[in-house]
Each structure stands twice: as C-alpha cells, then as structure tokens.
Design a protein around this ligand. Structure first.
Ligand SMILES: Cc1cc2nc3c(=O)[nH]c(=O)nc-3n(C[C@H](O)[C@H](O)[C@H](O)COP(=O)(O)O)c2cc1C
Length: 347
C-alpha cells in the first residue's frame, strides 16, 4: 500500500488525504491546530452563520479566529439565503478564509428548521442558488468553494449524485459526502455506495465521510468508494493522534503502537493552554471538560477521573489534575493502555 499523495483543491495543495471533519463545539481553532500538528491534512472550521447580526457575537468571532492556524484556512458557512451566504463568504474571505465550505450536511434542528444544513438537499433549486452566489462571491479572490453534504434527504430521496453534478457545473471545487441521509441523523451505519456513485459521476475531488474510526477502515472506504480522501469526525474526539496513525499505516501497512503516555500528556496540555487562551478562564474551564473527558474515557480509571475532573473549578486545577493523573499512568505504562481495544489497535 502506498501513502495517499497530496491533493489539490484548485490551486491549493493539501499535504495528504486524511482530514478532520467540521464539528460544531469541537473543531475550534485549538483543536483543528492540534489535529493538523498530528497529521491531519486539512481541517474545516465549525460552521459560521450567514446571519450578519450574529457576526459580532463572541461565539461567531471566536469561530472566525484563525490566528496561528496552519494554512489553508477553510471556513464553513451555513444559511438559507443566497445573498446572505454570498456576503458571509466575502466576510470570511476578508478575515483570512482561503477556502469556503458550504454546509449541506448538518442535521441539527436549529439549522434545519431554517432550511439550512442538510435540509437544503430537499430544495435543490435553492441549494443551487446558494452555491452559485457563493462561488460568484469567492471567484474574484481565487477562493475555492467546497460542499459538504449527506447522501440525501431521506432513504427514498438520495439525491447526492444529482446535487454533486450540479455543484460541479456551478464551480464547486470539492465535495464531501457523509454516508447517511438527513433523516438518519447519526443513527444506523454510514453507507458507501452513494459515495462511490458520486465519485464515479464527478471529476472534482470527492471526500468520503462517516464512521471511519481506524486506518484499516479508512483504507477499506477509500478502496470501496474510490474517493480521493477521507474525513474523520467523532473518532478524532479525544484521539487526535488518529491522523498520525493514518500516516504510519499508509506508509508501512502496519498499525503503529499506541502513543507514548508522555507524548499524549504534552499534546493534551498544549491543547489545553491554547484552548484556555481562546475562551478565557471560566468558559475555557467548562468547555475543556469534554476534550479531557474524551481523551481519558478509553483509559483505565478514566471514567472516575473524568467525574472528579468535572468538579474542578479552575483551568489551573484541571491542568494539575490531568498532568498528575497521566504521570501516574506513565509510571506503569510507557504507552497508552487502552481499555477497550478498539479495532484500530487490535490488528
Ligand atoms: C458534535 C458534532 C458537530 C458537528 N457539526 C458539524 C458542522 O458544524 N458542520 C458539518 O458539516 N458537519 C457537522 N457534523 C458532522 C460531521 O462533520 C461528520 O459529517 C459526521 O460526524 C460523520 O462523521 P464521523 O462518523 O467520522 O463522525 C458534526 C458532527 C458532530 C458529532
């Protein structure tokens, strides 16, 4: 097996073909940066609303903050009005976005009730209006526009191929397909036949997404769909080194050993420092809990530590507790002793 090579989105070259998926509330700048440092070839920001009245909110301005982020800077936008989406694209390009991604994949009610996210897949003319307006806004800046979608609205309305073809004709530079319908939410399993059909239909790069949680699964999905790249969401929560594992596996055809506990400690503490500096003391302490929880949940004693850590009330207390807990773990384990060997470590 050879390592997947670089991938081009128009004039922008990505170093590899394993990407971290946009996840609202997770893939903020510090987490994206951590994933990139640990080997992710590409990271899209959490979605930024097209509602101008919210652009100055703390939440949106944090989402539009790309200080120190490894290029290319890619920003996902969500909305239901073509003109507003075009303005949102231009606004983010002004703030450093080098790629604009249109969200037609998110099933959240908050997004879908307003006809945004994956709900747009049910209204192809509107979806296309939005795509054309965003492409027109980005073209003068040489900013590629990409699209993230699902396989369709429902089991009987799987229109991903039609929409991908229309998007390609309208100037979209890459399409990511999550192998579930909007109706499914996150239930059931991702299917890869529709992704393979999209790949067979278009000439632009296609990214396969959904339930990829190990390098072996990535290889299988790439082979099955013939996709150009894969995108990992939930499996990267608490395990951003999965991208390093991808690189190792694609280079050697062998799974690496679990990472050294001392490396994991360093990565997590650096991530926390970056996280606190973006969110500040109180908000940072609260939102760091989920990242710490995800990282320790698969380790012996991790659940108990998580309960204890959730009672701590300052960033410093979190840092000290995590550092001490990992130091104790390192006394008896040089490498991360995973509790439930998930498949990726099993063979
Ligand atoms: C917490 C969470 C937040 C998400 N937020 C977004 C989002 O803002 N935009 C988007 O396009 N997809 C979003 N997604 C969907 C993911 O990008 C991805 O398509 C989905 O999780 C399937 O990939 P996975 O099985 O690797 O997790 C989100 C998923 C999760 C779990």
């Amino acid at each position: 097996m050879t390592e997947p090579t670089a991938l081009k989105i128009e004039h922008i070259t990505l170093p590899n073909r394993y990407f971290v998926a946009p996840m609202a509330g997770v893939t903020d700048r510090p987490f994206r940066q951590l994933c990139k440092r640990l080997g992710a070839g590409y990271a899209v920001s959490e979605m930024v609303t097209s509602r101008r009245d919210l652009w100055n909110s703390l939440k949106t301005s944090r989402r539009a903050n790309h200080e120190g982020e490894t290029e290319p800077i890619s920003v996902q936008i969500a909305g239901t009005d073509a003109q507003m989406m075009a303005e949102a694209a231009a606004y983010n390009v002004d703030r450093g976005a080098q790629i604009i991604d249109i969200n037609m994949g998110c099933p959240a009610k908050k997004v879908c009730n307003k006809w945004a996210g994956s709900a747009l897949m049910q209204n192809e003319p509107l979806a296309l209006d939005i795509i054309e307006a965003v492409v027109a806004a980005c073209a003068p800046h040489r900013v590629p526009v990409t699209l993230k979608m699902r396989t369709g609205w429902s089991q009987v309305e799987r229109n991903a191929v039609r929409l991908a073809l229309a998007a390609e004709s309208a100037g979209v530079a890459m399409v990511t397909v999550h192998g579930r319908t909007r109706e499914q939410g996150y239930k059931g399993f991702a299917e890869y036949d529709t992704i393979a059909a999209v790949k067979a239909a278009v000439r632009i790069p296609v990214v396969a997404n959904g339930d990829i949680d190990s390098p072996q699964k990535a290889r299988d999905v790439l082979r099955y769909t013939n996709a150009d790249a894969i995108m990992i969401g939930r499996a990267a929560q608490g395990r951003p080194w999965i991208f390093q594992e991808m690189a190792h596996y694609f280079q050697t055809s062998e799974m690496p050993q679990p990472p050294l506990v001392r490396d994991v400690k360093q990565w997590l503490l650096e991530h926390l420092a970056d996280h606190y500096s973006l969110y500040g003391e109180y908000a940072g302490m609260l939102s760091a809990r989920k990242h710490i929880g995800w990282a320790v949940r698969q380790l012996p004693g991790g659940e108990a530590f998580r309960d204890e850590m959730n009672t701590l009330q300052s960033c410093q207390a979190q840092v000290t507790a995590l550092a001490q807990w990992l130091d104790r773990l390192a006394e008896s384990n040089e490498r991360l002793p995973l509790l439930t060997l998930n498949e990726s470590y099993a063979n």
